[in-house]
Design a protein around this ligand. Structure first.
Ligand code: ZN
Length: 537
């Protein structure tokens, strides 16, 4: 007797090979059998006639790492077909914890929770252990975040690491790899990650590479300097041997339309000369990032609380605004890139009246200068404000999406709790619908066949990140499975209502258990921690 039997579906197995009609049986969390007709009984039978049966989708870029310890169920990830999240991205994670890291948590959950998290996030090992004990909605795999490694060793200090600090950071890197992390990430626009120079990163990369890890980078610039920023990441791969993944590949700034051609050519040329380079992307034209990270980093020395303090000084505030608009050559702020009319406030805990509104519009209605709106809001929220920035072109987004080295990442987190589906603001639609929107775009623009599309969202990212036994439908492998109504897939979330339900997600199965039925989370949490595997099973 099988636990689960999916009958009459069309199997797209995640390898990129042609689809075929077959039944698929699940037992004890694994795929027990795939065959033209399976007639043995099963506890649950799903009729998948007219549906695609695919591996569970893999989110190559998640930020659920810190929030996972607060006990979310992953419903927003599951409801778009995701069964595995690869987290710790952009150099910003929970471990090792450094002072003030959990300010957002303190605001919502109080200081007791912060102490608990700091204890769990003291070392890479203690973090892995704590997460392994959680009930997880999706499977979770982790990159080590270089911003935390640097922050723990050097604090928010600009400038190069001395030899002793370098050794301490390398030791932490090794500790992460021993604990089963996948490699490391940087966020070279975020303090303190940004304070690291290329040479320092090469040293960490050598350590991660010696364990078979990867280097994933939110690069130093995604607008004017995007090619140089990509070249830096690639040179780290070249000097250390580590495979490179460019995070959320995009070109910001509507004036740079067409730049993706040169960016993708750079990736192709690097691979052609033996430097392994991948990328991942979310299929939206607006980005999202902490508002405080849009203030040039020289004002953040000493930490974000210091930066907020400096905003109270009118002369420093003026200097910040000047730096945003006049020093774009040095630091690409989204405040410049999107303009005040293109910045939408998505969350601001202490000033909810601003959520779902644009900075220019708030300034207008309050009779204030827009930069003062930003500073006053940051002060009121102790620096914790999330915003959305509109600054990209569709032609570049689609060109990047179609490229064979590009995977997919939501660049979002598990939503804590269950907000009303029509609740305005609070997030970016990518957190609810990245996977569905990507498949919709592929289908409607006829960008590639469905086998290729699914491969880049399943088998390929599993192989790149060395995740054992997931990413393909194969006998003996983990039963992470989607049943999709491909012609009717539809993303309904948008920038104003980011939590609206998707369509076309019939079932999502995590380690053999049904976590989503008819586009809706069932309440079943059956995810696990996945550690880096040395080779494919
Ligand atoms: Zn990022």
């Amino acid at each position: 007797m099988y636990d689960l039997l999916i009958k009459n579906g069309r199997i797209v197995d995640g390898s990129g090979q042609p689809a075929y009609d077959a039944d698929l049986a699940v037992l004890d969390g694994r795929i027990a059998r795939i065959a033209p007709h399976i007639d043995e009984p099963a506890q649950t039978v799903i009729d998948a006639a007219g549906r695609l049966v695919t591996p569970g989708l893999i989110d190559s870029h998640s930020h659920s790492d810190s929030g996972v310890l607060l006990g979310p169920d992953g419903w927003n990830m599951l409801e778009q077909g995701i069964t595995t999240q690869i987290t710790g991205q952009c150099g910003t994670g929970p471990v090792p914890a450094y002072p003030n890291l959990f300010e957002g948590v303190r605001q919502k959950y109080g200081p007791e929770k912060v102490r608990e998290l700091e204890e769990k996030c003291a070392t890479f090992g203690s973090f892995m252990e704590a997460v392994s004990r959680m009930e997880l909605g999706t499977n979770m795999a982790f990159y080590a975040s270089q911003g935390n490694i640097r922050g723990a060793v050097m604090g928010f200090r600009m400038g190069d690491a001395d030899p002793e600090e370098t050794e301490q950071m390398k030791a932490l890197m090794a500790e992460a790899m021993e604990a089963g992390f996948l490699g490391f990430t940087t966020g070279l626009v975020y303090a303190p990650s940004i304070y690291a120079g290329t040479r320092e990163l090469v040293e960490l990369a050598k350590v991660a590479h010696s364990y078979g890890g990867n280097y994933a980078s939110h690069i130093r610039g995604e607008g004017l300097h995007v090619l140089d920023a990509m070249r830096e990441a690639i040179s780290i791969g070249e000097q250390s041997g580590i495979p490179v993944i460019i995070s959320h590949l995009k070109i910001k700034g509507k004036q740079y339309e067409g730049a993706s051609r040169d960016m993708l050519r750079l990736i192709d040329e690097s691979n052609a000369r033996g430097v392994t380079v991948w990328a991942e992307q979310y299929p939206y034209l607006a980005s999202s990032a902490p508002l405080i990270s849009q203030i040039p980093p020289q004002f953040a020395e000493g930490g974000n609380d210091k930066l907020v303090e400096r905003m109270r000084d009118p002369a420093l505030r003026k200097a910040m605004e000047r730096a945003v608009f006049e020093d774009y050559e040095t630091f690409e702020s989204n405040i410049y890139g999107a303009g005040y009319g293109g910045i939408l406030i998505s969350s601001a805990y202490y000033t909810p009246q601003y959520e779902g509104r644009y900075v220019a519009e708030i300034a207008e209605s309050e009779g204030k200068a827009p930069f003062d709106v930003i500073c006053d809001m940051l002060i009121a929220n102790n620096g914790v404000v999330q915003a959305i920035y509109f600054s990209q072109n569709e032609s570049d987004m689609l060109r990047i999406l179609a490229h064979p080295r590009v995977m997919v990442g939501c660049d979002a987190s598990d939503v804590q709790g269950h907000p009303d589906r029509d609740k305005p603001a609070g997030g970016h639609p990518r957190g609810m619908s990245t996977m569905v929107r990507r498949l919709e775009l592929i289908r409607d623009h006829d960008l590639m066949d469905v086998e290729t599309a699914i491969h880049r969202m399943t088998g390929l990212p599993a192989e790149v990140a060395h995740l054992p036994n997931v990413g393909q439908l194969r006998e003996g492998w983990n039963a992470d499975i989607c049943v999709l109504d491909y012609p009717h897939l539809k993303a309904n979330s948008d920038y104003i209502c980011p939590y609206r339900k998707n369509e076309g997600i019939d079932y999502v199965i995590v380690n053999g258990k049904i976590a989503v039925k008819d586009n809706t989370f069932t309440g079943v949490k059956n995810g696990r921690v996945i550690k880096r595997g040395s080779s494919r099973a």
